[in-house]
Write a protein that binds this ligand. Structure first.
Ligand SMILES: Nc1nc2c(c(=O)[nH]1)N[C@H]1C(S)=C(S)[C@@H](COP(=O)(O)OP(=O)(O)OC[C@H]3O[C@@H](n4cnc5c(=O)[nH]c(N)nc54)[C@H](O)[C@@H]3O)O[C@H]1N2
Ligand SMILES: Nc1nc2c(c(=O)[nH]1)N[C@H]1C(S)=C(S)[C@@H](COP(=O)(O)OP(=O)(O)OC[C@H]3O[C@@H](n4cnc5c(=O)[nH]c(N)nc54)[C@H](O)[C@@H]3O)O[C@H]1N2
Ligand code: SF4
Ligand SMILES: [Mo]
Length: 746
């Protein structure tokens, strides 16, 4: 093993006090994991299909190898997701692997404020173990937590969640999927009885009416948008979004609603659908419950009230209702404009209710469809062992705990009997002194978490912070006491689950640089150093873990026990869940599956529930000092989140502005004396950020839009959360804007 030995200053407590394995060859070493080797079974000049590691669309990419190294890629033509298409990020996916800020060796910060210095894996993992164990000893086991991700393979996130909770005695762990999908998870569980997005992408092509709510598909899911474009039914495409986004421009109807008026809007819509007799009584009768109560609830949402609240006129609402009511196959899709709100779960359910009452579910071209975000958000929802127990199980359910303990061959007492604290509660826990140690894996919270300064203060308060990432320069790494260098996408094996529930394969086609290891192998090493190898005896390779996960899924709605190995997934072009053994024979005929074709939902009475509530005010309404609404979200198809990967590509960098900008309506700009490209100061109650003004009517008067890809955007946002999903409300806070022509950019 190549090691850069550094003289470690007195690390407290000294390494010899560590209570881990005591044998001579203590543990497996990175060399045991084939560090830097390409898989033996891959021919050195082969072309092989892997799933893209950016968004949840899950496109297939053909990787072309030369001398055992990935040299280029092209979108896979016969993959049922993308059919030969890819967006700019996909085309450039190999480039970020070559960046010169890749973490190539573990790094330790000997003192706060000092530099990270290179060390070897043995020192790093001894430190990891000693420090976290010490925190647990001094402050209780629950004082160490982890924050994970929707961007590593399912096998890795399952290993992480299991290792942390069953091996290290960590009770609290959450992921960046909290920022993203938590609302859809809770909405589906309550309405359908399980977290089950019902659609297949073919539905984009089979609808005659497509309703996109708070979703900028052209930018955020460009290849899903391509699927819409392939629709031969000349569909009505309806966009409900405060901004005239790229998607809204391409739509046939755009309803520019006032931000966060969705709940009133959809209740009002439900009322006119009812009045116009567009209700599918037979479906309600056979497959739903709670409709009568819902019927009474929506009576108070008159069209006048809808107009007052959302800005959409009664005539527009009638037209929308008629389009939906007359549609034969209407599909409803939502993303972050809904999930990231103060009453997000009830809003998502308001969309679900409309699909149910019009009978638009379970048939081709229909559905109440939450689009996921990250490449493996769906994997993390089912298998990360954070909010839910492995395999879509429930920590609080004794039978579920028994089942999981039995399959994993561990003592059931190792499984916590309650779900973990949510991300925001972990951050609060740090502020309150309850959480003292944090392990962050494949997420960059110091850029992406809401109310950033408060997050950064929390990082400073920790006794010990470990960050596991591909790069040395992320905003979160700046706070790390220890950096564990991770291999990235295409440098390791495993599976992702995409938005339409398709399990797809990721393969090692490139060597990770230096001593970087796959997250999977890092977890294996930690298993040894922590001293809990017995509980993980069968967790020896990603494929073995995958097989464990298929067993864990048995009997669940997400049952994938029909999938026996990776080769089957590869041969099939991905496999959607559920996939029971008896489904396998039919797979070749139709590689598309949607849920609820039989009208049976996952509640014990098999009925879908109507769930609703009275609308609530946003946490921070505008006032005279902060009179404008700040919206945030995706800026371009070439930028990915906190940009640790996409900014490494010269090609992608040409496709978006390099410095932070804010969209402002021309009339507001006029009133404020702001000209295009002027510097402006955007102020919220939390911070002031200088940005370039992009004067454009894509935003409405009184509203601003700032892309999340620039680190400062989240200095402005306010920590408000949906009460059920605890997902942050990134898409609303009150700000003021003023010219800052004479100030230099911040
Ligand atoms: N290029 C690119 N693609 C990505 C990502 C990326 O970073 N870059 N990230 C991926 C991830 S993880 C995710 S979660 C998805 C996100 O995908 P999207 O949700 O489509 O993207 P956003 O831009 O965050 O938000 C969508 C829209 O919500 C609107 N909106 C704001 N407030 C409201 C409101 O109150 N009501 C309604 N109806 N709409 C509102 C915004 O104007 C915005 O146009 O994208 C994925 N794809
Ligand atoms: N204002 C505002 N903020 C937002 C949003 C918004 O709309 N507005 N959207 C939110 C949403 S939906 C999301 S999903 C989050 C995303 O927020 P983050 O998860 O913080 O964003 P990423 O940049 O994707 O961070 C992923 C990190 O993992 C690292 N990484 C990549 N691959 C690997 C790997 O294989 N192993 C390891 N160990 N590390 C790896 C990357 O280098 C990067 O540092 O942002 C949220 N923040
Ligand atoms: S649409 Fe998403 S999955 Fe497809 S190539 Fe682009 S980033 Fe990758
Ligand atoms: Mo997301």
């Amino acid at each position: 093993m190549a090691t850069k030995q550094v003289t470690l200053k007195k690390l407290i407590p000294p390494i010899r006090q560590w209570e881990g394995p005591k044998t001579q060859r203590l543990v497996r070493t990175p060399g045991d994991f084939g560090l830097g080797q390409v898989p033996v079974e891959m021919k050195p000049d082969a072309t092989t299909n892997v799933i893209c590691g950016f968004c949840s669309t899950g496109c297939g990419l053909n990787i072309h190898m030369k001398d055992g190294q990935a040299v280029s890629l092209t979108p896979t033509t016969d993959y049922p997701v993308n059919m030969g298409m890819a967006c700019p990020k996909g085309w450039e996916a190999l480039t970020p692997l070559q960046a010169n800020d890749r973490a190539t060796t573990p790094m330790i910060r000997e003192q706060r404020g000092g530099k990270l210095v290179a060390t070897d894996w043995h020192n790093a993992l001894t430190e990891f173990t000693t420090r976290f164990k010490r925190v647990q000893k001094e402050h209780g086991k629950e004082s160490v937590a982890f924050i994970s991700t929707g961007q590593i393979v399912t096998e890795e996130m399952a290993y992480l969640g299991a290792l942390a909770k069953f091996g290290m005695g960590i009770k609290h762990g959450d992921g960046n999927t909290r920022q993203c999908m938590a609302t859809a998870v809770v909405a589906y569980k309550q309405s359908f009885g399980f977290d089950a997005p019902p659609y297949t992408y073919q539905d984009f092509e089979e609808s005659d009416v497509i309703v996109l709510v708070g979703s900028n598909l052209c930018i955020a899911h460009p290849i899903m948008w391509q699927r819409v474009e392939r629709n031969q039914n000349n569909p009505e495409i309806i966009v409900i979004d405060p901004r005239k986004t790229e998607t809204a421009v391409a739509a046939t109807q755009h309803y520019p609603i006032t931000p966060k008026s969705d709940l009133v809007f959809f209740y009002g819509l439900a009322k006119i659908l009812l009045e116009k007799n567009y209700v599918d009584e037979a479906f309600l009768e056979a497959h739903c419950e709670g409709y009568q109560e819902f019927y009474e609830h929506i009576q108070k949402f008159t069209l006048d009230e809808v107009e007052q609240c959302s800005g959409i006129t009664p005539e527009q609402m009638e037209y929308l209702a008629e389009t939906i009511g007359n549609g034969q196959r209407v599909s409803f899709w939502w993303t972050m404009g809904i999930n990231q709100g103060h009453e997000a779960v009830r809003t998502a359910q308001a969309i679900i209710n409309i699909a149910l009452m019009t009978g638009n579910i379970g048939r081709p071209g229909t559905g109440a469809n939450s689009i996921t975000g990250q490449c493996n958000a769906m994997g993390s929802r089912l298998f990360s062992n954070t909010t839910g127990l492995l395999g879509g199980h429930d920590f609080a359910n004794a039978q579920d705990r028994e089942k999981v303990a039995d399959i994993l061959d561990i003592d059931v007492s190792l499984i916590p009997d309650a779900p973990s604290m949510a991300y925001d509660q972990i951050v609060n826990g740090i502020h309150d002194g309850k959480i003292k140690g944090l392990w962050v894996i494949a997420t960059n919270g110091a850029h992406s978490w809401i109310h950033q300064d408060r997050y950064k203060e929390a990082m400073e308060k920790l006794d010990y912070l470990v960050v596991q990432d591909m790069y040395t320069t992320t905003e979160t790494v700046e706070y790390a006491d220890l950096l564990l260098p991770a291999a990235g996408w295409a440098e390791k094996d495993g599976t992702f689950i995409n938005s339409e529930r398709r399990v797809g394969l990721v393969k090692k086609v490139a060597k990770a640089p230096g001593d970087a290891l796959s997250d999977f192998n890092i977890f294996r090493l930690i298993t040894d150093y922590w001293g809990c190898r017995d509980a993980f005896a069968s967790w020896t390779s990603p494929e073995k873990v995958f097989q464990l996960l298929t067993k864990l899924s048995e009997g669940q709605p997400c049952d994938i026990s029909g999938i026996k190995n990776y080769q089957q997934i590869d041969a099939q072009g991905g496999i959607q869940w559920p996939c029971l053994p008896q489904d396998v024979a039919g797979l070749n005929k139709d590689n598309q599956r949607r849920l609820f074709g039989d009208g049976r939902f996952y509640h014990t009475n098999q009925r879908a529930k109507f769930i609703f509530a009275d609308p609530q005010q946003v946490a921070e309404p505008t006032d005279k000092d902060f009179s404008m609404i700040l919206l945030t979200g995706r800026g371009s198809s070439a930028q990915w989140h906190t940009q640790t990967r996409t900014k490494k590509s010269a090609v992608l960098r040409k496709l978006y502005p390099q410095s932070i900008y804010v969209e402002i309506h021309p009339d507001d700009a006029d009133d404020l004396g702001i000209k295009p490209n002027d510097l402006v100061l955007v102020k919220s109650r939390r911070a002031g950020v200088t940005a370039t003004a992009l004067v454009t009517p894509t935003v409405q008067r009184g509203q601003l839009f700032m892309p999340m890809h620039y680190a400062k955007a989240n200095q402005l946002t306010m920590g408000s959360f949906d009460p059920y999903s605890r997902q942050p409300s990134y898409k609303f806070c009150a700000v003021a804007v003023m010219s800052a022509v004479n100030t230099s950019p911040s």
